[in-house]
Design a protein around this ligand. Sequence first.
Ligand SMILES: C[S@@+](CC[C@H](N)C(=O)[O-])C[C@H]1O[C@@H](n2cnc3c(N)ncnc32)[C@H](O)[C@@H]1O
Length: 255
Amino acid sequence: MTLLRDRDLARAFDHASQTYDRLTALNPGYRSELLRSARRLRLPDGGAGLRVLDLGCGTGASTRALLRAAPRARITAVDASSGMLRRALEKPWPAQVRFQHMTAEEFAAGEEGPFDAVFAAYLFRNVTDPDRVLTAVRTLLRPGGRLAVHEYSLSGAPVHRALWNAVCRAVIIPAGTLGGDRALYRHLWASVLGFDTAPAFADRLRRAGFTGVRLAPVAGWQTGIVHTFLARNGFAAGAGTAPPTTATATTGEMR
Ligand SMILES: C[S@@+](CC[C@H](N)C(=O)[O-])C[C@H]1O[C@@H](n2cnc3c(N)ncnc32)[C@H](O)[C@@H]1O
């Protein structure tokens, strides 16, 4: 099974954007589990005064989850696929949400930030160099800022790998093929098998310099297959308030 990367992946998502929302709506818990992960950021006061980044926002499902978790935050949503972004932009958004067509790597090289929190849902498994993107995320986050990664990352138990293979063979590949996106959904299958297990991704976060790394399961059939990873940019677990920066001075502590 071939993995798609960079431009090939963006093109595949451009095409799949036509059916993406319909297919994910068939996945029980897709949206509710995104919301659960976004809420796990525990942004205080509805996110008032906070800047939050949604990396790999796609058609906006993760952006919507962030908005529900932190309705008062300013949200920047970034994606490499113009097709996915077009679908996102067709939806109604309040003024504090804005979208940018860019790769995560390009975005990090710009002048944006610092952000108080970053949410990345189903992104890291897709990038060519996850360590590079994690380093980029650290440059975008203020010291002590929070990261939540929502990702297909198998537990390491054979039963979860077997379940993933069964769901791909029986549901995901046939459904993706019907929509004309067989290559992308075979990429999904293979990328999950080839990606870090959940404990390995938690270690990757620690190696990248994140602290207070925790992982939490999601509910439903995806238990043991999808996890939320929570971490902070450079402050030990339970360390409390980050030193004030321009951003934090006005935004307050995230507990
Ligand atoms: C599976 S979709 C998830 C979209 C959304 N976060 C959600 O939860 O529905 C993954 C998205 O990541 C984007 N993506 C993949 N690699 C990227 C990169 N290097 N930079 C930015 N976006 C990327 C794709 O274009 C795609 O829209």
